[in-house]
Design a protein around this ligand. Structure first.
Ligand SMILES: CC(=O)N[C@H]1[C@@H](OP(=O)(O)OP(=O)(O)OC[C@H]2O[C@@H](n3ccc(=O)[nH]c3=O)[C@H](O)[C@@H]2O)O[C@H](CO)[C@@H](O)[C@@H]1O
Length: 375
């Protein structure tokens, strides 16, 4: 187990003595990591340790702020041999997390779900520690369904999310968003300048090849009509570099999403819970293209919840992207036409996004943790 530990924490002797020791288990995708980082920022006087997996986004983002410990974990899907291997991996991970809880004198555990949550929840319960799980999706993930019932409580991103084995306590907090989304952020300097509408394409923290392909097939007429296009295409995009235009910029990943979404006229995005909360915080209307292979179609459910609010339209992934083109033209037409301005649907959609936003989500989850620690 890798561990990196800074020399001192806290604010003086009193702070150190009274300090709460929190283990956060959040790993893999931005959708799991960023909400957890937003909550951690609200607990500046707590001694926070992080549980993650090796070689993922955690390794790049977490050690700047918190000591990162890792265990090997994967999903329980696949053939029986793989399942058996994963089950053994889970037992080893529970044992390793148990040792970590003991060594670091952890008093409370928080997780945002995913593979890493299983050993964290099980080890915490075996050690008799309180554990809070945050579920950000409209359809609960596997760990939430299986282990939510044995947590001290579950905080939900959507009040409509159903839990098959509900815990003693459930809170509807919304999904925490990084603080930069709640203050004016500058438009990144690498964004094409001009007065044309700004389209922001986001495929989640890992990119989305299907969405990237649809966008590049259809983008030429949008650019010719005067749009500017920023495309966050992920680190694993074989078609990167195939579309060139002065008003088009592609990047594998950026940490400047707040500025992009605040200035964006329209986003074309996967329907991950993290991105949806950020779109809401930034009041950026969206065309949502749910990831078709997401577990239990949870991105479909996320997208449907936003569309029901009138804040987004849903377009399904298709080989040629023609439905995406129709949606972009319909939504952007008033902003591109030179004649009498027609009613602009993006204005109402932006207002609806604003109504979806839960600005206090990070603080609310932090409060729940504080209360759990006291009781
Ligand atoms: C493919 C898949 O199953 N994805 C799941 C994954 O999130 P995944 O990380 O894929 O997607 P999310 O939309 O939840 O989060 C993406 C995060 O990455 C950030 N970002 C993205 C691109 C970039 O260049 N820079 C950047 O900072 C976004 O601002 C956002 O904070 O977990 C989420 C939370 O359980 C689920 O809702 C998603 O369905």
């Amino acid at each position: 187990m890798y561990s990196w530990t800074p020399l001192a924490y806290g604010t003086g002797l009193r702070g150190i003595i009274a300090m709460t020791r929190l283990l956060i288990a959040a790993s893999g995708t931005g959708g799991h990591l960023f909400p957890a980082l937003a909550v951690a920022e609200k607990l500046p006087h707590w001694d926070i340790h992080w549980l993650g997996t090796r070689d993922r986004l955690d390794g790049r983002l977490v050690p700047k702020h918190y000591p990162l410990h890792w265990v090997a974990m994967g999903g329980l899907q696949g053939g029986w041999r793989l399942r058996l291997r994963r089950l053994i991996q889970l037992f080893v991970a529970v044992w390793a997390v148990g040792r970590l809880l003991h060594r670091k004198q952890i008093t409370l555990v928080f997780t945002t779900g995913g593979y890493i949550a299983a050993p964290a929840v099980l080890a915490a319960r075996l050690a008799g520690l309180p554990v809070l799980l945050h579920e950000s999706n409209a359809v609960a993930g596997r760990v939430t369904r299986l282990l939510g019932g044995c947590c001290s409580g579950v905080a939900l991103g959507w009040s409509s999310t159903k839990l098959s084995r509900p815990p003693a306590r459930i809170w509807h907090t919304g999904t925490p968003v990084r603080p930069q989304f709640y203050r004016p952020a500058p438009l990144p300097e690498w964004v094409p300048r001009g007065s044309g509408p700004l389209l922001v394409v986001m495929g989640g923290s890992q990119g989305a090849r299907g969405l990237n392909h649809m966008v590049r097939q259809q983008a030429r007429p949008w650019l010719e009509a005067g749009c500017r296009l920023v495309h966050l295409c992920g680190r694993n995009d074989p078609e990167m570099g195939s579309l060139r235009d002065p008003a088009y910029v592609e990047r594998p990943f950026t940490e400047e999403t707040a500025g992009l979404l605040q200035y964006g006229d329209l986003a074309i995005s996967r329907a991950g819970a993290g991105t949806i909360s950020e779109l809401a915080a930034s009041r950026c209307p969206a065309i949502l293209v749910p990831y078709p292979h997401a577990a239990n179609q949870h991105q479909e459910a996320n997208a449907a919840a936003v569309a029901a609010f009138g804040a987004a339209v849903i377009v399904h992934e298709s080989p040629d992207g023609a439905p995406l083109d129709r949606a972009v033209r319909r939504l952007l037409e008033p902003r591109l036409s030179m004649g009498t301005p027609a009613r602009d649907p993006l204005v109402a959609m932006a207002a609806a996004m604003g109504r979806l936003a839960r600005n206090d989500a990070a603080a609310d989850v932090a409060k729940v943790l504080e209360n759990l620690h006291r009781t």
